[in-house]
Design a protein around this ligand. Structure first.
Ligand SMILES: O=C(O)[C@@H](CO)OP(=O)(O)O
Length: 258
């Protein structure tokens, strides 16, 4: 029997989603379309009568901005928002800033698919020579983490995302859900995929074909052991959702499909 409802949300489109560049830990704001997606998401959740008690976000602006816009559209601005680096997007290492289609031309689509969607392949590490290294590691927000900056990741597989996310899930999110709070996690494509893999028990192979579109709320109904009692529901117009998923998948093609 369904006891708890949990909502996962990949932030609205960011500027680099549009430019097809790996964004990861670079702090991009939402694009105009991304703002609209977040507002539409909030309106949909309001129409369907959902009420949140607590929102968790990463410490990247696009997930926080999405949470604010959703709460504003729902008229629930007062709901507390709690932030942690442990919900950040997967660290894409030296791929950060690169264009996915160009990478597919240089390295092949299969390689890009492995980098993007495999469970345990870690992309090449970022180092000091990378154009975004200082922007990331000199950012004051990373002095607030529960690990020293020198121990923060330099690249992560999806497995490594789950490894840093699970302790936070267990220590901080789970007790709130068990206390009966309806929680929204406003995070990123890959931090949400990692959590879905864990909650739904998706295999290492099958997680490669799970893609989340931007700005679409995912509803999970959980039993008393926080196990899903039915398949995840992506809320909204299903044809539009399928088109949005395909758009994300196609980002890894060498040439845009016509
Ligand atoms: O750019 C990124 O960090 C992520 C999505 O936000 O990219 P991908 O979809 O390729 O995992």
């Amino acid at each position: 029997m369904s006891k708890y409802k949990l909502f996962l949300l990949r932030h609205g489109e960011g500027a680099w989603n549009k430019e097809n560049r790996f964004c990861s830990w670079v702090d991009q704001k939402l694009s105009e379309d991304g703002v609209k997606e977040a507002q539409d998401c909030g309106r949909l959740l309001k129409e369907q009568g959902y009420k949140f008690d607590l929102v968790f976000t990463s410490i990247l602006s696009r997930s926080i901005q999405t949470a604010w816009l959703v709460l504003e559209a729902m008229g629930q601005e007062w709901v507390p928002v709690v932030k942690s680096w442990r919900l950040n997007e997967r660290h894409y290492g030296s791929l950060i800033g690169l264009n996915r289609a160009e990478m597919a031309q240089q390295h092949g689509e299969e390689k890009v698919k492995l980098w993007r969607r495999s469970y345990d392949i870690t992309p090449p590490l970022i180092d000091e020579s990378h154009p975004y290294f200082l922007e990331i590691y000199n950012d004051r927000r990373y002095t607030t983490c529960d690990v020293p900056i020198k121990d923060l990741p330099r690249a992560e597989s999806l497995k490594e995302v789950l490894d840093r996310l699970l302790p936070y899930w267990n220590s901080t999110v789970v007790p709130e859900i068990r206390n009966g709070r309806t929680v929204l996690i406003s995070a990123h494509g890959n931090s949400c995929r990692a959590l879905l893999k864990y909650l739904e028990g998706i295999s290492d192979e099958d997680i490669a074909s799970v893609t989340l579109p931007t700005g679409i709320p995912v509803l999970l109904e959980l039993d008393e052991n926080l196990k899903p009692v039915k398949p995840r529901q992506l809320l909204g117009d299903q044809a539009k959702i399928q088109a949005a998923i395909k758009k994300v998948e196609d980002q890894g093609k060498a040439k845009p499909s016509t």
